[in-house]
Each structure stands twice: as structure tokens, then as C-alpha cells.
Design a protein around this ligand. Structure first.
Ligand SMILES: [Ca+2]
Ligand SMILES: [Ca+2]
Length: 768
């Protein structure tokens, strides 16, 4: 192994020791196997020959992954940190091989385990005198001592009153809706998800639970760990049955009016589960999962992903991309299956969902979470690929009610894990209302109907020039089931998708450092006159390769031709990777509906790193996806919004926690600034190294760790960790600044030659 690899190993070790994180490398790999998945379209005879000529053992076709064959290198160890790039390269250069992937075991996190929230958003701790009519109505409503839901008698299920996110506490119809507005879909529109098949890829489902059993479908279910149909969850190291999948499924499917537990978001739909999550996974396994039972499944509800350590950037492998493409082109009779993904829970670890390959796919619907007061949760990651938000909990406060293993019911489900299934259920209602919706129609519906009002206490909202409000914390807003389904009923399909690529060959070699930011101005015609012509943007994808001594110091912002600004990447204090970015794709939804004609301005900068930081841009391209023709919904003018006023720094909070209504003496809002800082520090300390376990257990362990005393060495480590915590404190407290365009940019703009030749889309070669 070369010196560089030794250095990487040392890095991995350092990261593991200091942060007690899941021990993985910076691309998410725990270890490599001695097997390769090799795509040989000409079949088994040719594949055998490819294996033989590479001195490998042919192990047979991978039946679930079309055209792939398994080849092993028996003289290599079964587990290794060495990625044997030479073998992969040799296979890839073979004329009869499309692509070869070394099978790696990757770390996977549930999006459900978070610590109790101690952190209060800045806006709730400051005061001011601002007021307006909307605000007054909120305050008067929230000042009521005892609130009664308008839907309290809607169902007879025992814990229905605890499902606060489906309740409507308004005392007057003039007040804005601040729940997910789902009950009117059940009763007024009479839609409950009938005919829609949803599967939950996770750690299995206790399907015999009385809240799940009546809607459970075996054909939507498979166990990819043992390759059989038994999806009953396994036990964890403590002998407890794994509950995550059962909890996520319950949110969608809990039976209505059976007097037990609660009511699912699409209780009339069908549910299945794919058991594959074993705290680790492989590309081959996930590729199968994401196209399993494609002839039946409408929605894959995913509350898992790469570990949220803030140290990983995991590309989607070709295998996964091929599954997504297949699901989108062949699923739902060509209308495309719906892939819902949780945004990630790593915010307190400095993670950013722009560094998650699944999140950056245009095919995934990425859901962030807010708490019961409509504030961003302390764990929900931020990025420009988030499309919408759902309620979730944060531990101490109101959480999500759902089924639990052993036939139980729990009100402790949290994380973006709890937010995503609510949206999967609501999308099922829309598909039930209008089965003709395509995967893109569903995205448009979320863009068109998600609400800013319940989230308007947060900073960082920005209205784009097509009239859509967008926030990198929340996407286009809180999902509103009634508005979405109502719109779906009369929705006209959006026009065909176009993709337009812009190369920037002259940016190669452009230097960037701590003191010199790069600003790149690139002219776009929107591929006018070409087959990829776009007049209405959906997604903009920035593909970037660059060198940099600490990857976590790279920050990126972008401005659209019409002047809308968007932060693409925040710094990630824990990411010490030294290799920069290698064709990383960032996906940006903030310019939805705008015209792509004019200058895009891209800033790459570093405001947090060492003064010695220096790197160069190696490659940059923009891919724009959208439509040439006007989507029918745009013809009547910009999207209407309910009245709201966005919070400004210094505003008093308008939305309080539901829990605080009855326990006013203990509300976080009462704490002073010093107390708040201490709480944040304590909370940040507790986040170390825990991803899969329940927060109570983790707190216990942390207490034991502290009580067991520290050696001198531990103290030193702690000091370093504390320094990092200070950076994290900054991160947690930082207001969302949309774009630091000036004054952080120290360099002059460059104007590279623009090559508007069509690029094939990153993910969808079939489009162009
Ligand atoms: Ca029930
Ligand atoms: Ca993440």
C-alpha cells in the first residue's frame, strides 16, 4: 500500500478515535469484500471468459440485477480496507464490460434515533415588538390554556388524540392551518389511499401487529438478508426486537376505528416491508431493494441512508442509479415509482444532506422535519435538494405516534425517519385520488401545495423569481395533505422533461484558497434551439471536482440567471477528508419554475478553514432539468400562498410547542442566553458516536463514561473534541444565510467559455 493509503488509514483511525463514530472511510465504506459485480450484457458465457482472463472465479449471474455477474478474487481476504482499484480499473477497461463495482459493506443509519432536544432556535429566545394581523391571531390562539382539537372525535382509536400533527386546534377558520391537514382528505374527499401499494425498506416489519396485519401484503415484502419472505425483525445486541421498520410502517398504515393505537396517513392503502437493513448494507443489496416488486409497488418509503457522521460523502453507485432509472421508467406502468427519502439527522454533527448521494438524485423526494412548534429540529439536515417538510419530534417534546413491536403503540418515534413516512402516506392519498400522476407530477404537487405559514417563524425563506418560496431547511414548506390531494384530483400532467448540459472547460486549474474564493459566471441559453431546450427549470445539478486539503471547509453558493440565491453546501467541521471532491453532484431545487437563460453565478469559498488551505478546480458542469413547454398549472399565474409574514431577527416567536401549553414553567423559551449556550454544549457533547441506539440508553452510557474518570490522554482528546464542539456550536446557532455572495468573495469573476453541447444527464441518459 502506498503512502497515500497509509495516510488515509491514519485519518480513518483518527476520526474513529476522536469522534467514536461508526468506523467508516469518508466514502461510507466499512470494508471491501473480495467480490466484484460486473455488468456483462452479452451473458454468462462471455462473463465467464471475462472472469477467466482476469484470473477471477466466476460465481454466477446476479439474477435480481439484470446483466450483472458476480466474480470473486479468492486469493484476497474476505474483508479488507484495500479497495483494489487496479482490479476494478482492469475490469472496467475490458471491451465487453459496461461497468464493474467492487462489493463494499457500507455503514447505514436509521433516520430515527435522535437525542432529546435541548436546543432552542435563535428566533424563540429573542424578543421584539413586531406584530401583524396573522401574528395576533396566532398568539391569541396559542395563549389559550387548554386547546381542543376540532377532530378529537374523528376516530375511536385510543391514542388518536395524541396524534397532534393530524389535529386542528384552530378556534376560527380565519386562522392558518398548522397541522398536516389530513383529516378533511379522509372525510370530505373520502380518500384513504385505497389501491396504492407502499413498501418500507428497513429492518423488517412486525406484520402480525393488529394495526398492520389487515393491510399487509406479502407480495410487497422480501427479506434480502436471508433471501426469503420472512420479514420479521431480528433482535439487536441487547436482545430487543428491532422496531424501526415497524414504527415507520405504522405511521402509514395504522387501521382506523379499531379502538387501538392511532390512524395511519394512508390507512386504506396496502403495505409491505423489505428487510435489508442490518446496520450495514451493500450496493448490490440496495439496488435490489429499490426495484423490488416493481410491478406492484407505487411508493418506496425510505427512512435510512449513509451514516450521518458529517464525515462521509457517498456517491450513488451505478447499480443504484440503474435501479432508480428502472423504477422511474418502468414502475407504475411507466409513470414512475415514488422514492421518498428522509433528509438525514446529522445536523448536530455538522452533516449536510448535500453530501448524501441518495438525497442528490432527482428521483428521490427528500423530506426534512420540523417540531411541534414549526421550528426546524436540531437534527434535521439542511440542503438544496429538500423538497418538503413534515412534522416529527425531538425526544422530550411531542413525537410521532405509531405502532411498536410486540403489538405495542409508541409516541416516541422521532427523526426525519418519522417525517418521511407521513409524506409517503400523503403521496399515497394523492395517487389514490389520481392514479395518472407521474413521478414528476408528484414533485410539482409538493412544490405547488406545501405551506410556508406553519414554518414562517424560521429564517432563511427566499422567494424565487417564479414565485416559489424555498428554504434549504424545509424545501417548499410543510406538506398539506388536503391541498395536495385536492390539487391532484384535477391535475394535468406536466410536459415532457428536457435536460440541458453546460460544460465549463476553462475552469480547470482555477485556484481557490482560504483567502481567495472562486466566482464562476457561466452563461446559459437553456439549450435554446436544441432538443434539450428548457424554459422552466425543475432541477439544477452542479457537478464539481476540485482538490482541497480539508473537504469539510468547502462551501458553495449559486445564483440563478434571474437573481435567486441559494446556499448549496455548508462547511462540515468533522469532514477532514483530504481528497477534495470527485465529480460530486449537488442538486438544487431553489430555482424551480424559473427560466435558465442568462448567467448562473457559482461561488466556491472557504470561510472556516486554515489560512494555508489551498486547492484547484478540476471540473465543473451544470445540468439543468425542466420543461420546454409551460406546465399547465403555471398558465394561471404564480402559485398562490396563504397570508403570512416571515420572521425577522429579533421577532418574538409566534408558534410555541404544544407541550408548553400545559407545562409553561419548564419551557425552553424561558431560559436566558447563557443557559441556552450551556445546553447546546451539553447536547453537542452527547451526540458523539451514537447513531443506532435509543437516546435513553445513550444518555445512560454517556453518564457512565463521564463517571468512569478520564485519563490524561482522554482529556487531551476531549480538549480537541471540545474545540470541535465550539465549531458545532457556531453551526447550531448560525442563522441561515442564503448566500454570502459578497463580501466573502475576494476574487474577480471569470467568464469561462460556455459549451452548450448536450450533456447526458447525470442520472437519466434516456432523457437526452
Ligand atoms: Ca388504530
Ligand atoms: Ca446525512
Amino acid at each position: 500500500m502506498g503512502e497515500e493509503w497509509n495516510y488515509v488509514c491514519l485519518r480513518v483511525l483518527v476520526v474513529c478515535v476522536f469522534f467514536l463514530s461508526v468506523c467508516v472511510d469518508s466514502s461510507g465504506v466499512k470494508h471491501y469484500t473480495n467480490k466484484w459485480l460486473v455488468h456483462v450484457p452479452l451473458g454468462e458465457v462471455v462473463a465467464r471468459e471475462v472472469a477467466r482472463s482476469n484470473d477471477m472465479q466466476y460465481q454466477g449471474p446476479d439474477y435480481d440485477n439484470d446483466g450483472f455477474h458476480v466474480m470473486a478474487k479468492d486469493d484476497l481476504p474476505l474483508k479488507s480496507f484495500d479497495h483494489n482499484e487496479d482490479i476494478t480499473n482492469r475490469l472496467n477497461s475490458h471491451s465487453l464490460v459496461t461497468t464493474a463495482i467492487q462489493e463494499a459493506v457500507k455503514a447505514r443509519s436509521y433516520r430515527g434515533a435522535v437525542y432529546p432536544r435541548h436546543v432552542v432556535p435563535k428566533s424563540t429566545t429573542t424578543s421584539s415588538k413586531t406584530s401583524n394581523s396573522v401574528r395576533r391571531s396566532h398568539m391569541s390562539y396559542f395563549k389559550k390554556e387548554k386547546m381542543i382539537s376540532n377532530y378529537i372525535n374523528a376516530f375511536n382509536d385510543l391514542r388518536w388524540p395524541d396524534m397532534w400533527y393530524f389535529q386542528d386546534y384552530r378556534t376560527s377558520e380565519n386562522q392558518p392551518v398548522v397541522d398536516m391537514n389530513i383529516v378533511p382528505v379522509f372525510f370530505e374527499l373520502k380518500i384513504t389511499g385505497q389501491g396504492v401499494n407502499i413498501t418500507v425498506p428497513d429492518d423488517g416489519i412486525q406484520w402480525s401487529h393488529p394495526e398492520i396485519l389487515p393491510s399487509f401484503k406479502q407480495e410487497l415484502s422480501w427479506n434480502y438478508i436471508l433471501n426469503n419472505k420472512n420479514i420479521t425483525p431480528s433482535t439487536d445486541d441487547n436482545g430487543d426486537i428491532k422496531a424501526h421498520g415497524t414504527r415507520c410502517a405504522g405511521e402509514i398504515i395504522m387501521q382506523a376505528n379499531n379502538k387501538i393505537c392511532g390512524v395511519g396517513a394512508a390507512y386504506g392503502a396496502n403495505i409491505g416491508g423489505i428487510k435489508f437493513l442490518d446496520e450495514t448494507s451493500t450496493d448490490a443489496r440496495e439496488a435490489k431493494v429499490l426495484k423490488y416488486a416493481l410491478e406492484y409497488v407505487c411508493i418506496y418509503s425510505n427512512s435510512w441512508g449513509p451514516a450521518d457522521t458529517g464525515t462521509i460523502m457517498e456517491h450513488l453507485s451505478d447499480l443504484i442509479k440503474m435501479s432508480f432509472t428502472k423504477g422511474i421508467h418502468q414502475g407504475r406502468d411507466g409513470k414512475g415509482v415514488i422514492y421518498v427519502f428522509a433528509a438525514g439527522n446529522g445536523k448536530a454533527d455538522g452533516d449536510n444532506c448535500a453530501c448524501d448521494g441518495f438525497v442528490n438524485s432527482i428521483y428521490t423526494i427528500v423530506i426534512a422535519s420540523c417540531d411541534d412548534s414549526g421550528h426546524v429540529t436540531h437534527y434535521s439536515e439542511r440542503c438544496a435538494s429538500i423538497i418538503a417538510t413534515a412534522y416529527s419530534g425531538a425526544g422530550f417534546e411531542k413525537n410521532v405516534l405509531t405502532t411498536d413491536v410486540n403489538g405495542q403503540c409508541t409516541d416516541k418515534h422521532t427523526g426525519t425517519s418519522a417525517a418521511a413516512p407521513l409524506v409517503s402516506g400523503i403521496i399515497a392519498l394523492a395517487l389514490s385520488a389520481n392514479p395518472e400522476l407521474t413521478w414528476r407530477d408528484v414533485q410539482y404537487l409538493l412544490v405547488w401545495t406545501s405551506q410556508v405559514v406553519p414554518l414562517s417563524d424560521n429564517f432563511g425563506w427566499n422567494r424565487n423569481k417564479a414565485g416559489f418560496y424555498y428554504s434549504v431547511d424545509f424545501g417548499f414548506g410543510l406538506v398539506n395533505a388536503y391541498k395536495l390531494v385536492k390539487e391532484a384530483q384535477t391535475w394535468q400532467n406536466v410536459p415532457e422533461m428536457s435536460s440541458c448540459g453546460i460544460r465549463m472547460p476553462k475552469v480547470r486549474g482555477f485556484p481557490i484558497s482560504r483567502s481567495r474564493a472562486v466566482r464562476i459566471t457561466v452563461n446559459s441559453t437553456g439549450c435554446e434551439g436544441l432538443s434539450g431546450e428548457i424554459n422552466y427549470i425543475e432541477f439544477v445539478q452542479l457537478v464539481l471536482s476540485m482538490t482541497y486539503p480539508k473537504r469539510g471547509d468547502i462551501q458553495i453558493a449559486i445564483r440563478s440567471p434571474l437573481g435567486t440565491e441559494c446556499r448549496v453546501l455548508d462547511s462540515r467541521p468533522k469532514d477532514f477528508n483530504t481528497r477534495g471532491l470527485n465529480r460530486w453532484t449537488f442538486t438544487i431545487l431553489a430555482f424551480w419554475g424559473e427560466s435558465p437563460k442568462g448567467n448562473f453565478i457559482i461561488d466556491v469559498f472557504d470561510t472556516t478553514g486554515k489560512s494555508s488551505n489551498t486547492g484547484v478546480i478540476l471540473e465543473m458542469t451544470l445540468s439543468i432539468h425542466g420543461t420546454k413547454d409551460i406546465p399547465p398549472i403555471y398558465k394561471n399565474g404564480p402559485r398562490p400562498y396563504d397570508e403570512f409574514k416571515l420572521a425577522k431577527p429579533g421577532d418574538k416567536p409566534r408558534f410555541l410547542h404544544l407541550g408548553s401549553m400545559t407545562k409553561a414553567k419548564n419551557v425552553d423559551v424561558l431560559r436566558n442566553d447563557d443557559q441556552r449556550q450551556q445546553i447546546i454544549r451539553d447536547a453537542a457533547h452527547n451526540y458523539d458516536g451514537v447513531h443506532m441506539s435509543d437516546y435513553k440508553e445513550s444518555n445512560k452510557q454517556n453518564t457512565q463514561k463521564v463517571n468512569s474518570g478520564m485519563t490524561q490522554k482522554t482529556k487531551k482528546k476531549r480538549l480537541k473534541t471540545d474545540l470541535l464542539k465550539m465549531e458545532l456550536d457556531d453551526l447550531l446557532n448560525r442563522e441561515v444565510s442564503i448566500l454570502p455572495m459578497n463580501p466573502l468573495v475576494h476574487d474577480v469573476a471569470i467568464n469561462p467559455v460556455v459549451d452548450n453541447d448536450l450533456l447526458s444527464s447525470e442520472e437519466d441518459p434516456a432523457v437526452v
